[in-house]
Design a protein around this ligand. Structure first.
Ligand code: ATP
Ligand code: MG
Length: 449
């Protein structure tokens, strides 16, 4: 069957529908989650239009394995609910249907528009930011309110064709992220789209089309106005999905780093040797390897890494002011965490262990028997030790400590005790830590400075 096209007009834009028939594209039903197929067929039996849409279609076209499958339909959420026993409606601003199959949730969204129909249901913030968008619409409306052309492709269950209203099929073929509509307007509506451009390009190995890339560096400061909770979620997707190195380099190239991680960006800039950046990339590379090997990755470790340059810089300036090392470490950790919270809402369950990873670093040079055993049994020992190993890639000075602690982990308690008794800690080792033991009461990250 030949690819056919047909013109439509939506919100003043002229759209050209392009239908890519089943035998002209690579999406096969065997790559689609059986539950998503179940939902699509059931909607169709109910007399509704049913399409797979968004990231899943895009990922399938490039041969990827989507983690979630989103469905779009002309059925209202109530009509969807009436079709499925295992369906619950969520969302206040925009109602969505979740069809639940054990641990898998298929999200079913009614086509929605992004146009001001005069009902007052769409409001723009002064800066052009979109505050509410809860107007139902046609499939064409639904396509143009999406962010990138690659994300606006519809796989129709009725004939297994792909419907393309915005040129997304060609962009996917050319491996390009292109914003739908005027880039600046779309970024002002929702600055997180800048981050999504970089993240998806990194994940898919796509380029960012020139006009889509151009405004990013200029508009990057707008990111600071986005909800910190959303930026936290986006950051996790950016750095813990197996493409952290490419993502980080993308942030740098497009001028987004100062907007997302301001103090780290400043610290990297002033680190002439480039050692901190090398360490960061090394850490992100090992994160990517862990993801590829299906090994667990932790947000606490990730942020310890991302904010380490900022922490080092804060620590140096506090110590230059004459503050005692232990106190300076604690203050630097609190200060960096608190400042970063303005942009990224890092929950305490991650920021506390992140700070522990930093604060344990100075304890690896201490060798008194009691301290050695206390550190070995610390719940954050393993993460902190891995972090120390990573620091080695920036400066070789930790080789002795790494060798000692690597060995210590493999020894029995008695053997280690015997070793430590045979090699007592030097006076220099004894001095400073004793002072450190007069611990201050621990403060949370958000209480000081
Ligand atoms: P991922 O593979 O990371 O899940 P995705 O494209 O599926 O990528 P989601 O956040 O799951 O990203 O969003 C699903 C779809 O919703 C997108 O493909 C896009 O069509 C639309 N969308 C998401 N975020 C935006 C946004 N900020 N503006 C406009 N449309 C968006
Ligand atoms: Mg998705």
């Amino acid at each position: 069957m030949p690819i056919h096209t047909e013109p439509t007009t939506v919100a003043g834009a002229h759209l050209q529908l392009r239908v890519i028939p089943r035998d002209a594209h690579t999406i096969s039903r065997k790559d689609i989650s059986p539950n998503a197929l179940r939902v699509l067929y059931r909607l169709r039996e109910g007399g509704f239009g049913a399409y797979l849409v968004g990231g899943a279609v895009r990922d399938l076209l490039v041969g990827g394995h989507p983690k979630d499958f989103d469905v779009a339909t002309d059925a209202t959420p109530e009509q969807v609910k009436a079709l499925f026993r295992n369906c619950r409606l969520i969302g206040r601003r925009f109602r969505l249907a979740h069809v639940v199959y054990g641990r898998e949730i298929i999200e079913v969204a009614t086509f929605r528009a992004n146009v001001d129909d005069g009902s007052g249901d769409r409001e723009l913030h002064e800066g052009g930011r979109l505050l509410r968008d809860n107007v139902y619409g046609t499939i064409e409306d639904d396509a143009v309110r999406r962010d990138f052309t690659a994300n606006a492709l519809y796989y129709a269950i009725e004939d297994f064709s792909v419907r393309d209203y915005v040129g997304g099929y060609e962009d996917v073929s050319n491996r390009l992220m292109r914003l739908i509509g005027d880039p600046e307007t779309r970024y002002r509506e929702d600055p997180v789209r800048m981050l999504r451009a970089v993240r998806l390009a990194a994940k898919l190995g796509f380029g960012i089309e020139t006009a889509t890339a151009e405004p990013i560096a200029r508009l990057a400061p707008l990111l600071a106005e986005s909800a910190p909770a959303r930026l936290f979620e986006e950051s996790l997707k950016l750095f813990l999905s197996g493409h952290a190195v490419a993502g980080f380099i993308g942030l740098e190239q497009h001028g987004l780093l100062p907007a997302l991680l301001p103090e780290t960006a400043a610290a990297l800039k002033s680190n002439r040797s480039g050692a901190l950046r090398r360490m960061l990339l090394e850490g992100l590379e090992s994160t990517d390897k862990r993801v590829a090997a299906d090994e667990p990755v932790s947000p606490a470790f990730l942020f310890a890494l991302l904010l380490w340059p900022a922490y080092c810089r804060a620590l140096m300036s506090l110590q230059a002011g004459g503050m005692h090392a232990a106190e300076a470490e604690r203050r630097a950790a609190d200060r960096v965490t608190l400042h970063q919270l303005n942009t990224i809402a890092l929950p305490r369950r991650f920021s506390l262990p992140m700070q522990e990873i930093w604060l344990l670093q100075s304890r690896f040079s201490q060798r008194q028997r009691k301290r050695v055993f206390r550190l070995l049994t610390h719940p954050r020992f393993r993460a902190s030790f891995d972090f120390l190993v990573l620091r080695q890639s920036a400066s070789p000075e930790h080789a002795d400590d790494i060798a000692f602690w690597r060995e210590a982990q493999t020894q029995s308690g008695e053997a280690l005790a015997a070793h430590l008794d045979a090699h007592p800690a030097s006076d220099a080792d004894e001095g400073a830590p004793t002072k450190r033991r007069r611990r201050r009461r621990r403060r949370g990250p958000a209480t000081s400075e």
